[in-house]
Design a protein around this ligand. Sequence first.
Ligand SMILES: O=P(O)(O)OC[C@H]1O[C@H](OP(=O)(O)OP(=O)(O)O)[C@H](O)[C@@H]1O
Ligand SMILES: Nc1ncnc2[nH]cnc12
Length: 181
Amino acid sequence: MNQASLTLIKDSIKTIPNYPKEGIMFRDVTSLMENGEAFRLSIELLVEQFKDGGFTKIVGTEARGFLFGAPLAVALGLGFVPVRKPGKLPRPTNAQSYELEYGMDTLEIHQDAIVAGDKVLVVDDLLATGGTIDATVKLIRDLGGEVTDAAFVINLPDLGGEQRLKDLGLNVLSLCEFEGD
Ligand SMILES: O=P(O)(O)OC[C@H]1O[C@H](OP(=O)(O)OP(=O)(O)O)[C@H](O)[C@@H]1O
Ligand SMILES: Nc1ncnc2[nH]cnc12
């Protein structure tokens, strides 16, 4: 991947100390999105990386995973499947609980959104503990989808998510890393 683009992307992300609570260094992807060039480059780099991967669908997790997963799906000509917080999806769903860096939550997916044989790329803005994507991968695999790759704009390596996802058999790609969390 182009080093100048990766540097521009990382430099566009602001850090807010002690948000949403004391001790968290919040890496704010909205500052990247406010920068048109950084936002475009982030999608272009992901397109370049995954265009020949043979994927049939992209899954993104609420809410920030939608912001990168949906434009990537459009650029790759793939369908986009949202994984959402409870009670938001209208058709029958499967649910999976998970632990966050700062709390617990549950995610849901439409039961008919993934079919056996789907090859799914999972996309989120940020990888911390990996709990969100671990739960997302379980939801997809339970429906018969194959998940081999997960892509992030930001990885927080100190929180162990990358190893957790590798232990689930995933290739993990991120556009930048922030240490010291
Ligand atoms: O790797 P993890 O420890 O699971 O943390 C990463 C997740 O946390 C954030 O989402 P959050 O749950 O705060 O929801 P939001 O996107 O709706 O703000 C982020 O967008 C990732 O989805
Ligand atoms: N440190 C962090 N910054 C931004 N989003 C997050 N989600 C979980 N941990 C986060």
